[in-house]
Design a protein around this ligand. Structure first.
Ligand code: CA2
Length: 145
């Protein structure tokens, strides 16, 4: 089973700025944690991060051609603005779980809307980096059914 973890804008800055919101762990340590989790789950995992909306759409489309089974995505700020990402996930029809490190629903009003949520199997939010692990487990459970 092939899982792709996609991160949107600024998430490569994890552990460098705003630790009070996003914690002290780095983007590389997130990848290490997810590689270990993938091993435990017996699945293969790959990662993609971009600050560019179109590049994220391309990554979702490539997942279709690469026969990826499931996607975990934190679209960052594009969560709240991007119909293009919603359409991409709907188009490829790959089961997708949305993840957020913080809980956007308890933050500023403009973070309360998520366009991509409409195309996702589930949303994990407010669990810090652990949320990615939860999202990956949830996705694997759904895919094994
Ligand atoms: O809570 C989340 O995971 C978010 O998707 C993070 C986005 C934010 O725009 C969403 O509303 C909620 C921002 C990502 C910025 O990531 C940084 C990480 C470390 C340092 C600075 C920014």
């Amino acid at each position: 089973m092939k899982i792709l973890v996609i991160n949107g804008p600024n998430l490569n800055m994890l552990g460098i700025r705003q630790p009070e919101i996003y914690g002290r762990d780095t983007y590389d340590s997130l990848l290490d944690m997810l590689r270990a989790e993938a091993k435990a789950l017996g699945v293969s995992v790959s990662f993609y991060q971009s600050n560019h909306e179109g590049a994220l759409v391309d990554a979702i489309q490539h997942a279709y051609y690469d026969q990826v089974d499931g996607i975990v995505i934190n679209p960052g700020a594009y969560t709240h603005t991007s119909v293009a990402l919603l359409d991409a996930v709907k188009t490829v029809m790959i089961p997708t779980v949305e993840v957020h490190i913080s809980d956007p629903d308890t933050r500023e009003e403009f973070r309360h809307v998520s366009y991509i949520r409409g195309a996702c199997e589930a949303t994990v939010k407010g669990r810090g980096l652990e949320g990615y692990r939860d999202a990956m487990r949830l996705l694997c459970e759904k895919l094994k059914k």
